[in-house]
Each structure stands twice: as structure tokens, then as C-alpha cells.
Design a protein around this ligand. Sequence first.
Ligand code: UDP
Ligand code: MG
Length: 315
Amino acid sequence: MTLPLLSIVVPVFNEEATIDLFVTTITPVLDAITADWEIVFVNDGSRDSTLSVIRVAHDREPRVRGIDFSRNYGKEIALSAGLDHARGRAVVPMDVDLQDPPELIAPMVEQWRAGYDVVLARRSDRSSDSALKRGTAQAFYSVIAKLSDTVIPADVGDFRLIDARVVEALRSYPERMRFMKGIFADVGFRTTSVSYVRPVRAAGETKFNGRKLFNLALEGIVSFSTVPLKIWTYVGLAAALLAIAMLGYIVITTLVNGRDVPGYASLISVILFFNGLLLMGLGVQGEYIARIFAEVKGRPLYLVRERIGCPPPEA
Ligand code: UDP
Ligand code: MG
């Protein structure tokens, strides 16, 4: 049975050191599955020679294609752009640093042929990540599991095989503020998984610092849960009940003991505490309003500066 086009989607940001290694490693793996494959690089506004490395790779091997963003949009948007441009019957998003092992593609394709629409790559061992990264990731997944109705699996990344039907469904998610792991989970479809041990980065260095990861986590929570927005109703209710109870207490102690003059310290701490709560509530609303604002502006998700052997997606 010949396989229709298999697309590998690879977002790259300042990856001049890794692209060639990636292409030479994955080419024989893909050839063993089918000759009808393509690699779609999305150059996410790199400031090094990533673009020319992609151009050279395309000249050597025309099945390597790419699009060049007008600036850095971040991995989530780069991934979406790659999915927009992928033409395969099956599409596999991957990191360029070989942390997503190419050997896994064959078993994924097998599961896909067996009828699954989505084949997740499950990390059975994350010891290649730092303890801090593992710890914060675990904390994030347990928070989102409690706050969101969308079940986002904890031990899978963006590395997965998805059927063209699913890609089509993903394209219908118009949001500008994108948390792909959530969107992937939200579409559903028939899903299975294969396991692997996550290796360390083959070359170059990580593009995610603590701040970027924190923002990604915030994006995930705010995009996939309204609990932080709604919880203030209950916080406010609890505070009001507490205030009423306190009022009763004051009335009774005043009746029993007579007027009690001091109380500055307790008063000021209660005022400060509730002002803090109010500001926090406002801040959370701000997070959502900022996102509503970004959505209603309706700006394009990304702008393409140049196409390297990669035609625009058919409308
Ligand atoms: N990446 C991207 N845009 C960014 C940051 C990262 O396209 O703004 C790409 C990067 O080139 C790589 C993938 O996302 O192909 C994963 O990045 P990295 O390996 O640095 O992340 P980590 O594995 O450390 O979480
Ligand atoms: Mg990596």
C-alpha cells in the first residue's frame, strides 16, 4: 500500500546549528515509510542564518520546503502556520532538535493506518528535562486538570501524528491567542498513543526561558478555563459573609462590654486584605479582557515574508 503524502511540520527559531542534522537524520526514516513526504519548516523570525540553511536544504532536496515569518511569533503560531501549509494525509509536528525521535514516526504511521486519527507520542521518561522544568510542568498540568473541562494529557507534547481530517478541524479554530496543546486536545477524534523516552537536545540550546514558559502556562489556563474569572463570585460571597459575621460579633460585644475604642490595627489589615483581593480579581479580569481585545482586533495570525518551495494553502 502506498502512502499518500506525509508532512512533517517543524517550527524553527535560531536553529542554524540543528536543521541540517535534523534533515539528514529524518530523511532515511521517511524514505523507509514512503517516498511521498515533505518537511515544512516554519522560520519563526530567526535572527541567525536559519533561513539560508533552509534554502540550501531545499535546493538539495526539494521535498524540504519552508515559509519565513515576518518576525518571531512564537512556537504556537509557527506550529499553526505549519499545519495550514501541510498538504499531507497525515501530519507530524516535530521539534527540530531531535528531542522528538524520528524512529517513532513509523509506529505512529502504523497506528494511523490501523484507523486512528491521532497518535500521541507519550513521554514515558522526562529525566532529560531539569527537575525544575519537570516540577513546574507537573504543577501546571494538575492545575489545568482541575480548572478546565478540556482534558489535556500531561505527558505529551506537540509531537504526534494527526490525520488530515484533524488538521482540517484545527484550521477551524480561529483564536489568535493559541495554546496548541489545548486546541489539539479540544478537537478530540479517535486517539491512541506510542511511548518514548525523551532524549536531550541534539545541538543548539533551548529557546524557552522561564518567562516564556510562564506565559505559555498562563495562556493555557486562561484559554481553556473560565474558573479564574468566576471564582471571584465565591471569594466575594465568602468575604461578605465573613463581614456580616464580624458585624454581629461587634454589635454583641459592644452591647455586652460597652463601646470599644481601639481597633485601628484590625481595621487597617481588613481594608488592606480586601483591597488586595479586589485588585487580584481585577487583574484576572484584565487577563481575559486583554485576550478579548486581541481577538476582536482580528489581526492576521501571522505574516509570511517568503515562501521556499511552499505554495500558499488553498483557500
Ligand atoms: N521555537 C519556535 N519559536 C520560538 C521558540 C521555539 O519556533 O519562539 C521552536 C524551536 O526552534 C524548536 C521548538 O520550537 O524547534 C522547540 O523549542 P526548544 O527545543 O527550544 O524547546 P524545549 O525542548 O527546550 O522545550
Ligand atoms: Mg527541545
